[in-house]
Design a protein around this ligand. Structure first.
Ligand SMILES: Cc1cc2nc3c(=O)[nH]c(=O)nc-3n(C[C@H](O)[C@H](O)[C@H](O)COP(=O)(O)OP(=O)(O)OC[C@H]3O[C@@H](n4cnc5c(N)ncnc54)[C@H](O)[C@@H]3O)c2cc1C
Length: 389
């Protein structure tokens, strides 16, 4: 079994150090598996509706007017007044463009296709060639799932739908095989464009997910990064709207999430470099392949993919009172574990209190804000307001 890959060099589960302190008991190495995006979207949408959120699928945002008190969002002729606008409208974000966000980065050198097709002709399972690389596999419901990437000097297409002819030409250039795409059931294009908004907050307008950062998809980090943005921003924005946020809380979104996005960008760009067809890159790739045959390198890569290498996220532990930590955090409040004398502090700041021998302050997004034997008061007032008396 593989636990992910670095530049399509797979990390074997058998080579992960089972005693690594960051990975021991972690789900990435302990029965973790694939989650289908559509299923995840259903779960998130159901939760949002349960909390009273109205989801509108027919509402393309075309503009907005922001002032000191809020935002008027344009949806066609309609104007929706809101206190805040979070642009999570994907890689080509209208919100990012209209707010005038600086979006510096690196231009693409790869053009990739992902498609479900029928083909005529012999095509080996996959290969890295002088122009790119490809792979394919049978879909359970029929058809062939094909991934094909070419190194290019510029992107020839952008908005038009993928055609069978275009994909066929790319497959032929990369594979050197005279294959014919006889049917295209689904086709999408993507590139390795790597850009990040310099600022995630512009007054009352914020950016999250692909609207804030785009990068190559290698390693499956993009959606995870966006969910990390949402979890980090959600409770801070809620506290700001309720008037219970300590000074500067919302600005910590940029401080914490911009570096996370930058790290994923570097991690994925390094993988593009290792896929280049020139002799030096191929030599470097061979070195990396040898390294990924060792326990140390595989453990390192899996820890980075799983996001546990310098994570401050708390583990879901048994709290010793019959409940688990994740269950207790579900209502979005912070949680203080410690000696009974801390009950007063927890109550003052609206925190859940759990008596325990290992003192811990957990933010609503699961980040450990403090742990140890000292006084947690400073950490509590840094992240929470005592307006709940
Ligand atoms: C081939 C490939 C494989 C990938 N595999 C993985 C993986 O395994 N794991 C992983 O974590 N990530 C993966 N990713 C990355 C992942 O798909 C993206 O990072 C993720 O979808 C970004 O989510 P998002 O919500 O920010 O943006 P999007 O998914 O793009 O969603 C944006 C939403 O905003 C809507 N929208 C756009 N404009 C407007 C507007 N003007 N008004 C209103 N709504 C608007 C869109 O309709 C869409 O619903 C992959 C990407 C690619 C290309």
């Amino acid at each position: 079994m593989n636990l992910g890959h670095f530049s399509l060099i797979f990390a074997k589960a058998t080579l992960v150090d089972p005693d690594d302190p960051d990975l021991r008991g972690h789900r990435a190495v302990n029965g973790g598996g694939f989650v289908h995006r559509a299923e995840l979207v259903d779960v998130l949408a159901a939760k949002a509706r349960e909390l009273g959120v109205e989801i509108r699928y027919d509402a393309g945002v075309t503009g907005f007017d922001a002032d000191a008190d809020g935002v008027a969002v344009h949806v066609g002729d309609e104007r929706i007044r809101a206190g805040w606008l979070v642009g999570c409208d994907g890689a080509r974000s209208v919100v990012r463009r209209l707010v005038g966000a600086d979006f510096p980065g690196v231009d693409p050198e790869q053009l990739s296709y992902q498609a479900i097709v029928d083909i005529d002709g012999e095509l080996p399972d996959g290969d890295m060639t002088e122009t790119g690389f490809y792979m394919h596999g049978e879909m359970p419901q029929g058809g062939l799932l094909v991934g094909c990437t070419e190194f290019v000097s510029e992107l020839p297409y952008r908005d038009e739908p993928v055609t069978a002819e275009e994909l066929e030409a790319s497959l032929r250039r990369v594979s050197g095989r005279e294959v014919t795409v006889t049917a295209l059931h689904h086709g999408s294009r993507y590139s390795d464009t790597t850009r990040q908004a310099a600022e995630y907050r512009h007054g009352r307008v914020l950016l999250a997910g692909d609207a804030a950062h785009v990068h190559p998809p290698f390693g499956g980090q993009g959606m995870n990064l966006g969910i990390g943005d949402a979890v980090n921003l959600g409770w801070k924005l809620a506290a700001t709207i309720r008037g219970t946020a300590p000074d500067g809380l919302l600005d910590t979104y940029q401080e914490e999430r911009h570096p996370a996005g930058k790290w994923v960008q570097d991690w994925t760009m390094a993988q593009v470099a290792l896929l280049r067809p020139d002799p030096r890159s191929r030599a470097l790739r061979a070195v990396m392949r040898e390294m990924l045959d060792t326990v140390d390198a595989t453990t390192y890569v899996v820890k980075h993919i799983a996001g546990v290498w310098r994570s401050s996220l708390v583990r879901d532990v048994d709290l010793g009172d019959g409940s688990r930590l994740a269950e207790r955090c579900r209502d979005g409040r912070g949680l203080l574990v410690g000696d009974p004398e801390l009950v007063g502090l927890a109550t003052k700041y609206g925190l859940i209190f759990v008596e325990g021998d290992e003192p811990l302050l957990v933010r609503p997004d699961g980040v450990v804000a403090w742990a140890g034997d000292g006084d947690p008061a400073a950490a509590v007032s840094r992240w929470f307001s005592h307006s709940i008396e």
